[in-house]
Design a protein around this ligand. Structure first.
Ligand SMILES: [Fe+2]
Ligand SMILES: [Fe+2]
Length: 351
């Protein structure tokens, strides 16, 4: 596919085009990196904060492929539910003693990979509330989607992005061997129950290790997805030099999905809080390169979002503070409020 790079007025920019250069806001801060697929919400937000023109890649219309319109949230949501359902079937089939259905697994991986330009839909669907007994299926699918987009942000090639998507989908497959009364227990687990729960990494490894269709690095990532950089994880206590990249990516995706799921019940300012916790509370746990690739890119999806402040005013997020991601700069009318400086002002919710 041939692409032309063009500087276009924002009114002429259409969903599906990709940024050809970094987009800066009027304060000189990065709004979007180059190579970002634009969707209608992002384009609207760029207009709202006064961006007049941007440089984009434009496809030559003679070579345009017929593509699925994943910019549509409805279409995305329908496929997402279907993929979650297929994930449930793959997991339940293993619970009932059958081998891993590799064909069904590949179909889900293909479906996730087709959504590789739908980052906003992926990020939105991850923050939805799920029932506890369905949690593992949605979580597995979410981690798979997050692994895919982090792989792309790390600029890995297609082979590795596919493996990562598969590893993310199967990382908790060992939970099919954990008794349901432990898996779905709403209260805190006892020490013995927690020890059993921790064995899901080994159980998962045992399910996939002899399959010719699962690359050995994927199997290893399933075994080591709860290891930590400083060696304090399980089941082995490996340190960062012994962990493969897939495992490091899964850990970041896993923590983000688990944190947003837990916190969705409590408040709507979830993502900012989660970013802060990941940024400041993960030293020694998460790989800094993977974490930075994730945070630097994912936070741009919140620039231009409308928010309600605790002062009762409404505003638009115009800049994420890299040092303090939970406290961005918000534009209220013609004022800029840096919530990292004005400590008493905070974001109450998205509107
Ligand atoms: Fe896990
Ligand atoms: Fe997990």
């Amino acid at each position: 596919m041939k692409n032309k790079k063009m500087l276009l007025p924002i009114e002429k920019v259409n969903p599906g085009m990709k940024t050809a250069e970094v987009v800066f806001n009027k304060l000189g801060n990065v709004m979007l990196w180059d190579g970002v697929a634009l969707d209608s919400i992002t384009i609207e937000r760029l207009k709202n904060i006064g961006i007049e023109e941007i440089s984009v890649h434009v496809e030559d219309p003679r070579e345009k492929e017929i593509k699925y319109d994943y910019d549509s949230p409805q279409l995305f949501a329908a496929e997402y539910e279907q993929d979650a359902n297929s994930t449930r079937q793959v997991f339940q089939s293993i619970s009932s003693g059958r081998r891993l259905d590799i064909q069904a697994t590949d179909e889900i991986v293909d479906s996730v990979l087709r959504k590789s330009e739908s980052n906003r839909n992926i990020i939105d669907s991850i923050t939805q509330v799920r029932s506890i007994d369905e949690y593992t299926y949605y979580h597995s699918l979410n981690v798979s989607m997050l692994c895919m987009i982090i792989g792309k942000w790390l600029r890995l090639d297609e082979y590795h992005v596919r493996n990562l998507t598969q590893a993310g989908l199967l990382h908790d497959i060992g939970k099919t061997r954990i008794p349901l009364e432990i898996l779905n227990k709403p209260d805190k687990l006892t020490d013995a129950e927690f020890e059993e729960m921790k064995r899901h990494s080994e159980y998962g490894y045992n399910i996939v290790k002899n399959s010719d269709d699962i690359p050995p690095e994927v199997a290893k990532a399933i075994l080591t997805h709860h290891e930590k950089e400083d060696g304090s994880g399980y089941p082995i206590g490996l340190t960062e030099d012994k962990l493969n990249l897939y495992s490091k990516v899964i850990t970041v995706a896993d923590i983000f999905d688990a944190m947003t799921a837990n916190r969705t019940y409590k408040s709507k300012d979830t993502p900012f809080k989660v970013f802060e916790l990941m940024q400041h509370g993960s030293f020694g746990i998460l790989d800094p390169i993977v974490l930075n690739a994730f945070l630097n890119n994912v936070t741009t999806y919140y620039i231009g979002a409308s928010v309600l402040l605790n002062t009762g005013e409404t505003g638009i997020v115009v800049f994420m503070n890299k040092q303090n991601l939970s406290r961005p700069v918000v534009q209220v009318g013609d004022r800029y409020i840096d919530t990292s400086v004005s400590k008493f002002v905070r974001i109450k919710e998205f509107i």
